[in-house]
Design a protein around this ligand. Structure first.
Ligand SMILES: Cc1cc2nc3c(=O)[nH]c(=O)nc-3n(C[C@H](O)[C@H](O)[C@H](O)COP(=O)(O)OP(=O)(O)OC[C@H]3O[C@@H](n4cnc5c(N)ncnc54)[C@H](O)[C@@H]3O)c2cc1C
Length: 382
């Protein structure tokens, strides 16, 4: 038997892709080695946010947000979709100017937002430090609970005709369409999509992908302690800084009344252990913005690894040098937001449709000159 389409990995990206492909009658079969959406997706924060560092990032995140918003009425309660909006916080006049520039970029794209002065900000979020200069409020942004959202997309894909092969680990793929499994079996597919997050490099060595670790801490329940997702304007600098370990203030009100506190970025430590010194830096940053936070009860801290490409844009399209092997990975810190947009884009390409977004900035071929074209040989399970 030859499978029409095998998707390797059932994180939020593979699950959203399976849904979009099943919707088009492409009959995807999803291989998942662990728990669906139990990898990076389960470690993520679930902020649905438009980032505007470059036009491609803005287009993909905006499309992703719009697609989540369009589905808000049909998402199960457990997905915890809440349109709390984002406040981008400005510490001083310079950051306020940045907030103004950001407002112009958002407004040019038709994204509603408004500038708050210090007094309006204090009235909106009374637990913030009173030393802030103001904020940019983006009301249409939202939060969801990523592992449940991912599982929901996968279940929906199955109702549309997708098949899940649980507990199935791929160890290598070949241009012939062969997918070798860790139990020695070989599945044949007309096309293969690697959506294995950070583990994608094990299947296609040489991919321009590196794990970028992040840590989060969740508190006990303090309903309405903050009402918006709060992010410092310096966050983008942290998210896009190339190499150094960094922290940025990022706090989210969960549907449970808990506060989810982020965030950190690290390339060099990819262990699954908490880096306590970095966590302390992250919390200190949070206390600077929310001084009362130190008196609240923290419950649990965890970490996860973001699959990061050198330009922080995902890899969506044919793997360089391959006809049958495709990629849906590299979503760094935006994969929850962009899952539905990436899925639509790639499913359109797989179905020979014209995608609504320009696929060029996400084409894996953009790195082809820099990366080794992987040799299609069978490897051992890692
Ligand atoms: C701390 C942190 C905070 C974040 N916050 C946000 C946020 O607020 N907003 C946002 O938009 N994004 C956020 N992200 C980013 C987001 O979580 C990721 O971009 C997204 O989850 C990536 O999904 P994925 O499906 O590519 O990877 P994964 O979720 O890792 O899924 C890959 C799947 O593939 C499976 N797999 C791997 N290898 C194999 C194999 N060989 N065979 C079969 N199956 C395999 C794995 O078991 C896994 O289930 C955050 C990430 C982190 C770490």
């Amino acid at each position: 038997m030859t499978y029409p389409l095998i998707i390797i990995g059932a994180g939020i990206i593979g699950s959203a892709l399976a849904e979009a492909c099943a919707h088009r009658g492409l009959h995807p079969t999803v291989l998942e080695a662990g728990i669906p959406s139990g990898g990076t997706t389960a470690a993520g924060m679930g902020h649905l946010v438009v980032l505007d560092d470059n036009p491609a990032e803005m287009a993909l995140s905006r499309d992703g947000l719009q697609r989540w918003r369009a589905r808000r009425g049909s998402l199960p309660t457990e997905v915890e979709y809440r349109e709390c909006g984002t406040l981008w916080l400005a510490r001083d006049g310079a950051e306020l100017e940045e907030a103004e520039r950001k407002a112009l970029r958002y407004q040019a794209e038709g994204l509603p937002c408004r500038l708050l002065n210090a007094r309006e900000l204090a009235a909106t979020e009374p637990n913030l430090t009173t030393t802030l200069a103001g904020a940019l409020q983006v009301p249409g942004e939202a939060v969801i609970y990523p592992p449940v959202a991912g599982r929901y997309l996968l279940d929906h894909a199955i109702t549309l005709g997708a098949t899940l092969l649980p507990g199935t680990r791929a160890v290598s793929v070949e241009e012939s369409g062969a997918v070798w499994l860790d139990d020695g079996r070989c599945l044949l597919a007309e096309r293969i999509v690697i959506a294995a997050g950070c583990a994608s490099t094990a299947l296609l060595p040489g991919l321009p992908l590196a794990p970028r670790k992040g840590q989060l801490l969740i508190t006990d329940r303090y309903p309405a302690y903050v009402r918006h997702q709060l992010v410092e304007l310096g966050y983008l600098h942290s998210a896009h800084s190339s190499d150094a370990d960094s922290v940025a203030f990022n706090v989210q009100p969960r549907a449970t009344g808990q506060l989810l506190i982020g965030s950190s970025r690290q390339y060099h430590d990819t262990s699954s252990q908490i880096d306590w010194a970095l966590l302390q830096r992250m919390l200190q940053r949070a206390f600077d913005y929310l001084p009362g936070l130190h008196a609240l009860q923290g419950l649990r801290a965890w970490c996860g690894v973001r699959p990061a490409t050198p330009d922080k844009l995902p890899l969506l399209g044919r793997a360089p040098g391959h006809e049958r092997v495709w990629l849906a990975t590299g979503h760094e810190g935006l994969g929850i937001t962009t899952a539905l947009a990436s899925a639509e884009l790639l499913a359109s390409l797989l179905a020979d449709e014209r995608p609504t977004l320009d696929p060029t900035p996400f084409d894996p071929a953009r790195f082809a000159a820099r990366s080794t074209v992987p040799a299609p040989v069978k490897a051992e399970a890692s």
